[in-house]
Design a protein around this ligand. Structure first.
Ligand code: UDX
Length: 447
């Protein structure tokens, strides 16, 4: 099948590479000529396990190509995937200008039947707006060509995107057209061993499914943040509570790990956008608003714990920071808890000495050169001469630690662990003050 993908960001590139890998002919289009040149040279702009070799192999096999030429892109595929960004507006709603620009481009250049596939996470009703834009553009050309629009949201986790694309829980396609169903079935046939995995539904239901899934997952995390904060104040250990509730299959063990708040490109943006959508239809989405505000507060707890440990005086202190990315196996720092922490530390006059296995380049890009940000080559250097240590991301390499050694490194024996990596008893026995998330007395009674 011939497939065009607009947007070579995270979603577009993973989709393009995976579809080429199962034998489709894929052309990826982006307006950023520099990016396309780098991709053609086999350079991948993001860190995603397995993606680089998959792109290179499929380019070499002639199944995956890149272009900046919109006419060529539109002419290429029967399926035209829109996978461009939908950044949040000032009011939290998704900005559709890039999506609608692609719709216009398709309307301007198409000369036969196309299926326009909304892959980007877009508010309910976007498929209608894409259809209107294409129709309007065709009318301006004096054309009345046939086309369809369907919704096919992605459910890709950063760091596991290829696995999620190829072995995801479901493939959702919002369309009522049998012709589109046939084409989408052909597109995804290589991934469908279980028939029920491919779900057809109405367009608006598909659009809402994406937001509902992310909002439900974010709700689980904010709920656990709330329980962890309560546990801290009540002298209970949230890790025991987590195991206790997870054993109920209706609750389950997944996605109930308390921590320093969710980040990334999806949850914060999607929860806000859904709340915004609710407001647009005069519905007060109280739960969604609370999920967001609990998370904002949770991202501030690392700083609060440090401030408590240092009696509110962090000026001139050097804080070692392990982990900058919003989660392991990615270099993405969008809405990462590490950023809330660093910005608060700088505001309080402290200095940050940070290490992350993948995200340091991104950190430098975001914050530039500054005296109060030192990026070092490994986790050991990060604690050298530091007053305290904070762990923001649960990278595997942070999971073992010689606590006696650490105590000797730190001017104050304070460890703030935003990911509950260690057993409080063991850390405390080494003479460290250990502030984790929701782990009873280790938190509620600092010093
Ligand atoms: C998410 C969804 O999982 C994916 O289906 C969707 O399409 C895009 O958004 P992603 O943002 O890559 O994917 O990250 P994910 O692995 O889901 O984690 C999101 C955040 O939740 C991270 O900040 C993570 O640290 C946090 N988290 C996750 C917790 O704090 N506790 C948990 O138990 C699980």
């Amino acid at each position: 099948m011939k497939i065009t993908i607009f947007g070579t960001g995270y979603v577009g590139l993973v989709t393009g590479a995976c579809l080429a890998d199962v034998g489709h002919d894929v052309l990826c289009m982006d307006i950023d000529a520099g990016k396309i040149a780098r991709l053609e040279a086999g350079e991948i702009p993001i860190f995603e396990p397995g993606l680089e070799s998959m792109v290179q192999a499929n380019v070499a096999a002639g199944r995956l190509a890149f272009t900046t030429d919109p006419a060529k892109a539109v002419a290429f595929g029967t399926l035209q995937f829109i996978a461009v960004g939908t950044p949040p507006d000032e009011d939290g709603s998704a900005d559709l200008k890039y999506v609608l620009t692609v719709a216009e481009t398709i309307g301007r250049h198409m000369d036969d039947y196309k299926v326009i596939v909304d892959k980007s996470t877009v508010p309910v009703g976007t498929a209608d707006r894409v259809r209107d834009m294409v129709t309007k553009t065709l009318q301006a050309r004096g054309e009345a060509l046939d086309f369809d629009v369907c919704s096919n949201p992605e459910f890709l986790k950063e760091g596991a995107a290829i696995e999620d694309f190829t072995h995801g829980a479901r493939i959702i396609v919002g369309t009522e057209s049998e012709r589109v169903q046939g084409l989408m079935r052909e597109c995804y046939a290589p991934y469908i061993r279980r028939q029920e995995k491919l779900m057809f539904m109405e367009v608006r239901a598909a659009e809402l499914t994406k937001y509902a899934a992310n909002a439900m997952l974010a709700t689980k995390i904010s709920f656990m943040s709330e329980i962890a904060n309560l546990a801290e104040r009540l002298g209970a250990d949230v890790e025991q509570v987590r195991r206790g509730i997870g054993s109920d299959p209706r609750i389950g063990y997944q996605f109930i790990y308390p921590g320093c708040g969710y980040g990334g490109s999806c949850f914060p943006k999607d929860v806000q956008a859904l709340a915004r959508t609710a407001a647009d239809v005069d519905y007060r989405a109280e739960l969604l608003t609370a999920v967001e505000s609990v998370n904002q507060r949770q991202k501030q707890t690392l700083f609060a714990k440090l401030a408590q440990a240092f009696d509110g005086d962090l000026a001139g202190k050097t804080i070692a920071l392990w982990g900058l990315a919003f989660k392991p196996n990615t270099d993405d720092m969008r809405d990462a808890p590490s950023r809330t922490l660093m910005e608060a530390l700088w505001g309080a006059g402290a200095r940050v000495q940070a290490y992350d296995p993948e995200a340091m380049k991104e950190c430098r890009r975001l914050y530039g050169e500054r005296d109060d940000l030192v990026l070092v080559g490994d986790r050991i250097q990060a604690v050298k001469g530091a007053d305290a240590l904070v762990i923001c991301t649960e990278w595997k390499e942070f999971r073992t630690l010689d606590f006696a050694w650490l105590k000797q490194q730190l001017a104050m024996p304070v460890v703030v662990d935003g990911r509950n990596l260690f057993e409080p008893e063991i850390v405390k026995n080494a003479g460290l003050l250990y502030y984790a998330v929701g782990r009873g007395e280790s938190l509620s009674q600092p010093r």
